[in-house]
Design a protein around this ligand. Structure first.
Ligand code: 1GP
Length: 249
């Protein structure tokens, strides 16, 4: 099995914060995925995430993933369900939605997916997924009880629990297209507790980031990785300035 994606990302993180570009195959076809992932690579993105909450299926998932791979960046699946798997990718965020009310999203989908991930030869990246605030389609479909925007201590407790349960990635998610991103206070407190634990994984933040100022704020608060998706669908010309702001702080 390939096992180098997380390791490579962690070593890249030693010299710079990272950016992932999210492509939803339900919204973006193979041709557009190729254009977008090449643009992302040129702008300094470090990986392509492929996935979405609904409407992700083969063969389109494989076609979009194949296109994204032509950028030369690692392609990591970001599944909303077990239908979001394809052997064309390099790795999968093997997620458990920590604040889901539904056991399907904490352990059951994972149990169904695990043998498939093994057969497909995908690198599983253990990921604690936490929905904060708005939540969007991911929160709705995942039966999440979103962490209130004004309760950073709850977001940080979820992050810490995820790390203690073995996550190598903690993903604080406001939801795709969220009216505002995860609050910097939630990121800052999560960082503090994860550092106290001596955790050496990647703290990922995404959802609702539309401008360089927001990206800079999340970087200063201690995020290792910023994910953007909607901006690439609506106005890809803005991706470079967001990456620069996040990485350059
Ligand atoms: C969603 O965190 C990602 O899962 C990205 O969100 O589409 O709002 O950039 P946006």
């Amino acid at each position: 099995m390939r096992k180098r994606v997380l390791e490579n990302l962690k070593s890249r993180r030693a010299s710079s914060r990272l950016h992932f570009t999210l492509i939803d195959p339900n919204k973006t076809g193979p041709e557009e995925a190729l254009r977008l992932s090449r643009l992302a690579a040129e702008a300094g993105s470090d990986a392509i995430l492929v996935g979405g909450s609904v409407g992700v299926y083969e063969p389109r998932l494989g076609e979009v993933t194949r296109s994204a791979k032509k950028s030369g960046l690692p392609v990591i699946l970001f599944p909303g369900n077990i239908s979001g798997l394809t052997p064309v990718a390099d790795a999968v965020l093997f997620m458990y939605l920590i604040n889901s009310d539904n056991v399907y999203y904490t352990t059951w989908a994972q149990t169904q997916a695990a043998p498939v991930v093994l057969e497909m030869g995908l690198e599983p990246i253990p990921t604690g997924y936490i929905i904060v605030g708005y939540g969007g389609a991911a929160g709705y479909m995942g039966f999440a009880r979103p962490v209130p925007y004004d309760k950073p201590e709850l977001a940080a407790a979820h992050a810490l629990a995820g790390a203690m349960m073995g996550a190598q990635v903690i993903y604080l998610e406001a939801g795709s297209g969220a009216p505002r991103p995860v609050p910097v206070g939630a990121v800052r407190l999560s960082r503090l507790l994860l550092d106290r634990l001596g955790w050496d994984g990647l703290l990922v933040v995404g959802g609702g980031v539309r401008d360089p100022g927001q990206a800079r704020g999340l970087a200063e608060a201690g995020a290792d990785v910023l994910v953007t998706g909607t901006i690439g669908e609506e106005d890809p010309g803005r991706i470079p300035s967001i990456i620069e702001a996040f990485k350059g702080t």
